[in-house]
Design a protein. Structure first.
Length: 228
């Protein structure tokens, strides 16, 4: 793998934390035995193409003898193929193009670190750019470590919603029962899911989620916490 633009052994780079620190998001490309994006050949070396670079009408990848490997299969949508309007191609060109959802594009990292540099420029314009314009690719995750909640999603049935979409800057409501937007502001700098309160795990840097007023009135009754 060519990591010319990013040294993934750098202690400042956090691996598989759902935040892209590298320009090609190499630090989030191989997590828990799964690959996010496509490994392809560019200028004689192997490089990862992050999901937002796939099916975006821009050719940057050569793989297995195919030029445009990052665009391969993007126009072949069968009746049972999961699909959506492409997010990156819409951001760049304002085109609402239907693209297939692949396993290697589901629930990928969509947050980019402010320290990430793309061709010499900060890539703040990539922050939150989803593979799908409506972020539906952030549901039905294969990697259970990326799942925040499970619920019924209209048109998709019982499924999962990724942690990136729950109680953060990219929050959307997918769940019919609103489980993915059941958020609490533990302090001014920490918004989190209500099921993360008083669970014995410090999620806010201040520890406010474990010292919240609700923690003082807990009973001995138990319940199922949906948030993973």
């Amino acid at each position: 793998m060519n990591n010319t633009f990013c040294n993934v052994t750098d202690p400042m780079i956090q691996i598989c934390d759902n935040v892209c620190d590298c320009p090609y998001c190499q630090d989030e490309s191989q997590c828990n035995g799964l690959i996010y994006g496509k490994i392809c050949r560019t200028v004689g070396s192997l490089q990862i193409e992050p999901p937002l670079e796939i099916c975006n009408n821009v050719t940057t990848c050569f793989r297995e003898g195919y030029l445009r490997a990052d665009e391969l299969g993007c126009d072949r949508i069968l009746p049972d193929t999961p699909r959506c309007i492409g997010g990156e191609v819409y951001r760049r060109k304002g085109i609402k193009k239907v693209i297939p959802i692949f396993n290697y594009t589901r629930c990928s990292a969509i947050e980019w670190s402010i320290k990430t540099v793309w061709y010499g420029k900060a890539i703040s314009n990539r922050l939150g750019t989803p593979y799908c314009l409506n972020y539906i690719d952030q549901t039905n995750c294969t990697d259970v470590s990326k799942i925040a909640v499970r619920c019924i999603i209209q048109g998709y049935g019982y499924s999962s919603v990724s942690k990136a979409m729950v109680c953060g800057k990219f929050k959307r409501r997918f769940c019919l029962d609103g489980m993915d937007v059941a958020c609490v502001n533990a302090d001014k700098d920490c918004s989190l899911h209500k099921h993360q309160l008083c669970d014995g795990m410090k999620d806010c840097s201040s520890g406010a989620d474990e010292s919240h007023q609700w923690c003082l009135i807990m009973t001995e009754k138990t319940c199922f916490r949906n948030y993973r």
